[in-house]
Write a protein that binds this ligand. Sequence first.
Ligand code: SAH
Ligand code: MG
Length: 214
Amino acid sequence: MLDTPLRTIALATKGFMPEVEGDALYTAAHLACAAMPGLPIVEVGSYCGRSTVWLGAVARATGTVVYAVDHHGGSEENQAGWEWHDPEIVDTNGRINTLPFFRSTMQRADLTSVVRECVGDSQVIGTAWNEPLAFCFVDGGHARDVARADYAVWARHVAVGGSLAIHDVFEQSADGGQAPFEEIYLPAVQSGDFIEISQCGSLRVLQRIATYLK
Ligand code: SAH
Ligand code: MG
C-alpha cells in the first residue's frame, strides 16, 4: 500500500487517477514487479505525476525503476476549449507544459531516483525501445490514432508473466471515450497474448501469457 505521506502528495497532485484505482494500480504493479525482479515499469502518460507516485512507490519497494513517458504537451482533450483543459498548466508561451509540475511532484515525493523522465512522443520512444517490461501502464492520449499507436509500440515489450494495465477503458460509449477499449484492450485480448487478471473502475490489468506479438 502507498504510505500516508505519499498518498497525501498523490491526492494533492493534479490529474485523473481516482484513489481506489491508484491503489489497484499499485497492487497490480507490485505483483508483476515482485514476480519479475529487475525488469522495469513504463508509464505512458504521466501528466503532473499523480499516477506516477503510486508506480514510483512500487519501483522503490521492488528494486526497479519507472520510465515516465510523456511529451508534457497535453493530450487533445487537455487543449484549450476541450473538456479536460486546465489553464494553470499553460506556460508563458501559451502552450501546455506539465513537465515542471511533474518534476515538482517527484521531488516532493522523493522519488527522483526511481523515476526516469522520458520526455517525448510515446510512439517514437516505444518504437526505439528494446527492454522487456514487468509492467506497462498505458494512460496517454485518447485520440484513436494515439491509442492505436500506443498499443502497437508498447504491448510487445511486456514480458511474458508481466502485465499491461490500461486506464479509461469504457465498454459502453455512454460511460466514456471508446479508444482505450477498442484500440488497446480489445486488440490485446484478441491477440491471444493477454488475459485479464483484474479490474477496478476504468482500470483493466492484463497479464501477458504468450508471444504472438513480435
Ligand atoms: N496518468 C496521469 C494522466 C495522464 S493524461 C494521471 O494519473 O493523472 C495523458 C497524458 O498523455 C498527457 O500528459 C499527455 O501529454 C500525454 N500524451 C498524449 N499523447 C501523447 C503522445 N503521443 N506522446 C507522449 N505523451 C502523450
Ligand atoms: Mg486516465
